[in-house]
Design a binder for this molecule. Structure first.
Ligand SMILES: C[S@@+](CC[C@H](N)C(=O)[O-])C[C@H]1O[C@@H](n2cnc3c(N)ncnc32)[C@H](O)[C@@H]1O
Length: 393
């Protein structure tokens, strides 16, 4: 059922494990598909039938709190989320010693080691929360040289997203890198930084699309970075992985053409978002591009969509999601020192699911954000915003 993984860190599931993962993926598809659609119809039939339109997402949430179908949907979705990890961790656990050895061997063979720090303070926003219910969050190490968190992430994404993330779960990276190649050809990036890279699945496409570029990727988690380095090396992608907090980038001023991140900002407390954006501006060269793949802001969505997307903040151990999406993204960028008139946002179709002409046509279509933006369903489009550092201060 799942798209083939084309790197050497791929694990073979037993038939039982495969069956369990297929079941959980189907359950998630059902909850986020049919059940979500029924819940939406029910909301408008029961709570807005007299034109009593809710002004915002929290009002929709208040109205739905005691609704039996919403409670059923939420408990199904919460349990399906836990089952994603339960369907994958036994496979990783069973193979862990071999995976640790194999990843070390791949890194040694390609001379591609992540730069890890002996005394590194993992931020509380990662270490004190099992982020989106992932046991041990991103950073926990179970053995010397551990890569378990990376293997769990790699194998859980297709279960979580029921194959909506493309080959090697890289569609977001391909979509964003090809957006830059096609829409901003003058940028011709020589140095690219990916922040909060996790296993580098959306970093590798940047190296594939811009093979001449020096690509760097940072994260706070050592087991993720060890896994990411081996994974990228086995895909012939020469990328420098470093353990670093994005709020304090250990790079000189004016040193990157692009600072990219995907699904990253919403996992930071607001003060860290602001610190990261200021750091991104500092390390970008004049004219350089900040590109941030995320979900759209609440203000740009209809009240029901706000409510629907805020679910993760209330029920999925993602406490910073709603505070982030409540921000005005242009204001976040301008406060970090980017010019207001360089702010842009778009919703792109998925690059690896179509040919380039259709992708370009899709990019040139409407720019509004609706229930297809960032939502795992047919017609899915990836949202991003960004800014340019001024050429002259
Ligand atoms: C949702 S994941 C990002 C997913 C990844 N970019 C992708 O496209 O698959 C968030 C990542 O950010 C990392 N992270 C969290 N806080 C960070 C920080 N302050 N600096 C750098 N990385 C951080 C986490 O360890 C985690 O790997």
């Amino acid at each position: 059922m799942f798209k083939k993984i084309s790197h050497e860190m791929a694990l073979d599931a037993t038939r039982d494990e495969q069956a369990r993962q297929n079941f959980v993926a189907s359950l998630r598809a059902h909850v986020l598909g049919d059940m979500a659609e029924t819940m939406r119809e029910r909301y408008f039939d029961h709570y807005e039938q007299d034109g009593d339109a809710a002004p915002d997402g929290p009002t929709v949430h208040d109205r739905m709190q005691d609704d039996a179908y919403f409670r059923f949907y939420s408990s199904m979705r919460y349990n399906a989320q836990e089952m994603v990890f339960r369907s994958v961790t036994p496979m990783v656990d069973r193979n862990l010693d071999a995976l640790i050895d194999q990843s070390a061997a791949i890194r040694a063979a390609h001379d591609q080691q992540p730069e890890l720090r002996a005394e590194f303070a993992v931020p509380d926003s990662v270490s004190k929360i099992d982020v989106h219910l992932a046991p041990g969050s991103y950073h926990t190490e179970y053995a010397p040289g551990d890569v378990a968190a990376g293997a769990v992430y790699d194998n859980s994404i297709n279960v979580f997203a029921f194959n909506q993330m493309g080959e090697d779960i890289s569609d977001i990276g391909h979509t964003m890198a090809n957006y830059v190649r096609l829409k901003l050809p003058e940028l011709s990036p020589q140095r690219i930084l990916d922040c909060g890279c996790t296993i580098g699945s959306n970093t590798v496409p940047w190296k594939k699309v811009f093979p001449q570029a020096d690509v760097h990727a940072i994260d706070v988690s050592a087991p993720l970075l060890r896994y990411a380095a081996a994974r990228a090396a086995s895909m012939d992608a020469d990328i420098s992985f470093r353990q670093m907090n994005a709020t304090e980038l250990d790079y000189p001023d004016n040193s990157f053409d692009i600072v990219f991140s995907s699904m990253f900002l919403h996992e930071l407390p607001l003060k860290d978002i602001r610190a990261y954006l200021a750091e991104a501006r500092r390390v970008l060269r004049p004219g350089g591009l900040l590109l941030t793949m995320e979900l759209p802001s609440n203000a740009s969505m209809a009240p029901y969509e706000q409510f629907y997307l805020d679910w993760d903040c209330y029920y999925n151990k993602e406490p910073f999601y709603k505070p982030f999406r409540d921000q005005d993204y242009r204001e976040l960028c301008t406060t970090a020192g980017f010019p207001a008139d360089s702010f842009f946002e778009f919703a792109a179709p998925r690059y690896t699911y179509m040919d380039e002409a259709d992708f370009l046509a899709g990019l040139n279509e409407q720019n509004g954000f609706d229930d297809h933006t960032g939502t795992l369903r047919d017609g899915l489009r990836w949202y991003a915003f960004g800014s340019r550092k001024p050429i002259q201060e």
